[in-house]
Design a protein around this ligand. Structure first.
Ligand SMILES: NC(=O)c1ccc[n+]([C@@H]2O[C@H](COP(=O)([O-])OP(=O)(O)OC[C@H]3O[C@@H](n4cnc5c(N)ncnc54)[C@H](OP(=O)(O)O)[C@@H]3O)[C@@H](O)[C@H]2O)c1
Length: 276
């Protein structure tokens, strides 16, 4: 029996993965905001004859807050000795810059800082797995220079495209940090081949909402179909970093200063977390 932790496990692809791993008989920790969605997930499994109570647990947290991400780490560390699979799939798309109550840019924290906190805070639990695996649903392929180290929270200049590329690049560099600390770890950045018909939770303009609904209706995938390559990868994960679009492995983007950039990112993120 594996222990699988899934952020964003109450909806979309995260929920599809939670259902899959619970059907397989594993222990699953779901992190999200809505307990009602978690209860509905358990009810849908029960309706299919899958008794997940006792193997499924829910941690309510707003991962756009540093303090909440740290609390999740503490709670998981207090209740589990080992993590085999960590899926990072919490998502809330914001087209405009938004500051949290902690005074940080919400998307930067949700899509990068929170993942950094979880991965560093739970590293020892992953180290206790025979085949530790991290699936980071952050679309690979952003340019090597996509991070503006002088404006990580896009305070001076914000655009959705720029901030999204910066988060994606940061998540690739995060792979360098965690696999050098734990060479047995399999770390993938993964994005679907095409749009997936999920809730696409977020605060976006009308045009973006209509475009995603139309595109999803015409060419979208079902979450259960979209996650098939993740399930295949997790079943036999090669140690080290890799990047995938759907089932296709793609080249890792290599920059001239990746190791230095990864270290700088770690230092800046530690400063953000401790300076709170
Ligand atoms: N859908 C696509 O076509 C697509 C394309 C490219 C990449 N992706 C990536 O795939 C991943 C999954 O996307 P999805 O479309 O399946 O997601 P989704 O259906 O929009 O669901 C988002 C999930 O994130 C949770 N969440 C949102 N804000 C949160 C917060 N502040 N703190 C904690 N949890 C929060 C939600 O929980 P609650 O509902 O409980 O709040 C929900 O479980 C994301 O990383 C996304 O960027 C998706």
């Amino acid at each position: 029996m594996k222990t699988v932790v899934i952020t964003g496990g109450t909806d979309g692809m995260g929920a599809a993965l939670a259902r899959h791993y619970l059907r397989e008989g594993n222990q699953v920790v779901v992190v999200g905001r809505s307990r009602a969605k978690f209860e509905a997930l358990l009810a849908s499994l029960a309706a299919d004859g899958v008794a997940a109570t006792g193997r499924a647990s829910f941690l309510a947290a707003d991962l756009s807050l540093v303090a909440e991400s740290e609390r999740v780490v503490e709670q998981i560390r207090a209740s589990h000795e080992r993590i085999d699979v960590l899926v990072l799939a919490a998502s809330f798309i914001r087209q405009k810059r938004h500051e949290t109550a902690e005074g940080h840019e919400a998307s930067w924290v949700l899509f990068f800082v929170s993942k950094y906190i979880l991965l560093t805070g739970l590293a020892s639990l992953l180290a206790d797995s025979d085949r530790p695996t991290v699936v980071n649903t952050s679309v690979p392929g952003a340019k090597a220079g996509a991070i503006d180290f002088d404006d990580l929270e896009s305070a001076q200049r914000f655009s959705f495209v720029r901030s999204n590329a910066q988060q994606r690049r940061a998540n690739e560099l995060l792979g360098i940090l965690v696999t050098s600390d734990n060479p047995a770890l399999a770390y993938i950045t993964w994005g679907p081949r095409r749009l997936v018909r999920t809730s696409l939770a977020g605060d976006v303009g009308r045009a973006m909402k209509i475009a995603s609904v139309l595109l999803g209706a015409v060419a979208g995938q079902r979450p259960d179909d979209a996650i098939a390559p993740i399930i295949t990868f997790v079943a036999d994960p090669p140690a080290g970093r890799a990047a995938y679009r759907g089932a296709t492995q793609v080249a890792l983007v290599q920059g001239p200063h990746d190791t230095d950039d990864a270290r700088r990112l770690a230092a800046e993120t530690t400063a953000l977390v401790t300076g709170r």
